[in-house]
Design a protein around this ligand. Structure first.
Ligand SMILES: [Zn+2]
Length: 151
């Protein structure tokens, strides 16, 4: 895993596989307040990596506002499997998996969680080929972390 700290810690770009070797603890002291973590480049998360992430997110001082942006599908799966995976951080946007009804290619689209609204439906999306995209997951399950967080 590789980090790119920008604007004095206001934005951190994470890339690569989240594993036991990711050394996220070295990042805590570099975070600005607020800090936006761009997770789009996170490719895979193993169970050790999930543990590493949890200890990182829990070690962030409570006065620091952390926003998680462009969360990949692998990260959303962890949000839904592990209670409190985001800690006090706010999830701003996530990639949603789609399947094209015309060319049958898998696609992903970025969805702003705040504009989706509570229990709201996904906006219609179009493939690069012009075909209609259908969500390739169960919406209630994929966004379950939003209601888990509130409850
Ligand atoms: Zn298509």
């Amino acid at each position: 895993m590789d980090f790119q700290v920008e604007n004095g810690g206001a934005r951190v770009v994470l890339r690569g596989r989240l594993t036991e070797n990711s050394n996220l603890s070295s990042l805590v002291g570099k975070l600005g307040n607020p800090a936006v973590l761009d997770l789009a480049g996170v490719t895979r998360i193993n169970s050790y990596g999930a543990r590493e992430w949890l200890s990182f997110i829990r070690s962030i001082p409570s006065g620091t506002t952390v926003i998680l942006e462009r969360c990949p599908v692998a990260f959303v799966n962890q949000l839904n499997m592990i209670h409190d995976f985001a800690g006090r951080a706010v999830v701003r946007s996530v990639f949603v998996p789609y399947l094209c009804t015309r060319c049958h290619e898998p696609r992903e689209r970025l969805v702003d969680v705040s504009t989706r609204g509570k229990g709201g439906a996904l906006q219609p999306a179009t493939c690069e080929c012009g075909g209609e995209l259908e969500p390739d997951m169960l919406e209630e399950q994929f966004f379950a972390f939003l209601t888990l967080k509130a409850g």
